[in-house]
Design a protein around this ligand. Sequence first.
Ligand SMILES: Cc1cc2nc3c(=O)[nH]c(=O)nc-3n(C[C@H](O)[C@H](O)[C@H](O)COP(=O)(O)OP(=O)(O)OC[C@H]3O[C@@H](n4cnc5c(N)ncnc54)[C@H](O)[C@@H]3O)c2cc1C
Length: 305
Amino acid sequence: MTLRADLQAIADVREDEPMARHTTFGVGGPADFFVVAASQEELRRASLAARQADTPVFILGSGSNILVGDGGIRGLVLENGASAIGDPQVGAGSTTITVDSGVPFASFTRNVARRGLHGLEWAAGIPGTLGGAAVYNAGAYGGCLADALHSVTLLHPDGGEEVVTAADLGLGYRSSEFTRGLLSDRVVLDLTFALTAGDADLALARIDELETKRKASAPRGRNAGSTFKNPEDHPVWWLIDQVGLRGHRVGDAMVSEKHTNYFLNVGEARATEVAELIALAQRRVREQFGIELEAEVAFVGEGFA
Ligand SMILES: Cc1cc2nc3c(=O)[nH]c(=O)nc-3n(C[C@H](O)[C@H](O)[C@H](O)COP(=O)(O)OP(=O)(O)OC[C@H]3O[C@@H](n4cnc5c(N)ncnc54)[C@H](O)[C@@H]3O)c2cc1C
């Protein structure tokens, strides 16, 4: 059987699927094969089928932290739609709950708050799946995933599975063993959180408050959130403003007027234009301040110079 036939036995296969349709930037060339896995089982089977055919696999969450090249992605892009949420288990001191990695972080945050479980309110409104959040140790408003994550189940390329504690994921500021390349061939299947029992109304009120704050500060339009990590001494938005790039455009890629660490696709931006704008900001900040800006957004696929 061909890989296409193997995959089609699991879920619908699309060929040459434009990644611009699957990233919040609205940028990116075609994926050779594109499959949406609706469950952990489909994630397992599709990634194993591709590995057995010696075909690279890229696990896609919500595409909210990636810039996909105009040449697209070779091999299989497997979008993670696994969405099961387990029952909370009350233990001594904390309540644990296990959830599939394809569940959107923001909706899970509300889900546990409604059950009166505290510990994830800071994540109100963060786009993306929980799998993507584990890779980047997503964080906001003084909190990050590492504060509440107990463990994850990882799928190995050979089909084996392993439960890894949060401590062993090396979670740091928007980084982990995944971003350091040590676990990049693993798939996060599910995550177990340790949360604290409390008052549901209080947790929901805090989420509403932070969502309102987020809406007021975030620019509208197609983007991937913060383009760069904040260096130690100055906020990155200030550095980019100081080097004169507020509102600057390269083609249809533009530095937001409202928040200069957000880069926007204001039309039909190509990945090369976004990448050029990123390189320009890095060069100007290096020349003026001697600071090396590190991209938070990940470059994926082909077509970058
Ligand atoms: C408007 C906006 C606001 C944002 N605000 C914040 C914020 O406040 N804080 C913050 O931390 N981030 C923020 N982000 C960035 C982004 O939302 C997070 O990084 C998010 O966690 C990425 O999740 P995702 O599912 O979209 O991952 P994707 O972008 O789809 O993938 C990112 C990487 O993770 C890998 N990956 C995804 N799922 C899995 C899995 N199950 N197993 C293995 N690897 C996987 C992918 O292969 C890829 O390498 C923002 C983004 C936007 C667009």
